[in-house]
Design a protein around this ligand. Sequence first.
Ligand SMILES: [Zn+2]
Ligand SMILES: [Zn+2]
Length: 262
Amino acid sequence: MLFSLLRRHWPQQQLARILAAMPSCCALCGQSGKRVICDGCSKCYFSDHPARCQQCANLLPQLDGSGPALCGNCLKQPRAFDATIVACDYTAPADQLILALKFGGQLALAPVFAQMLCEARLRQVSRVSVHPELPADLAAFLPDILTVVPLSAQRLRQRGFNQALEIAKPFARMLGLGLQHGLLLRQRDTLPQSQVPDLEQRRRNLRQAFAVPPAAVAQIRGRHIGVVDDVMTTGETLHALAKTLRRHGARRITNFVFARTP
Ligand SMILES: [Zn+2]
Ligand SMILES: [Zn+2]
């Protein structure tokens, strides 16, 4: 509450400076220090990096990455996006951190998620053998432009911010990429995907959920688009969004998502 009040009335950079100077404590163990997540907790909870499907970031059966690059689901059922990079699984304690950002307004977590995503991208670059025939941006998972999964206008009003955009802002700065959060609109309020258990219902829920405003069309055609989000559950939302980008001529789509439901 206090934080959202401060946010509304202080210029964001000034607020960030004030918060950075304040003594804080680890969001997970409460130990005091300057880091949002202390070194001990980072090591304990976020140092395991199993092999993941290159397309949807599902865990692969051969955890050392010696098996195929795609999971069974992606082989059976083509996805509209080309690659997905995630920082961690959506399990404890990452789930608590996401709830703290999303519903607790703890925006200081967003740059931490962005940093973890940057590290995940670097790990993926080193994991994927660089094919000489592949353009460098594909091998390095570097899109031409970043965008975010949009919230509907109604949900944005309720929450006051889009958590995906809060992660995307520092992430774009870290990668030196442009961020264009108006590439896509959420046309109608869909049910949260976590509340729709059945796959067919999920698809129906998402049908025509996204649209590209006319002013953004020129920015999509022929480009590699990076889509940032906080959580990926089945990937249906990102699939629907990627289909919309494809229809407008996107050359390639890479998702950058903090946590993936295993
Ligand atoms: Zn800690
Ligand atoms: Zn997959």
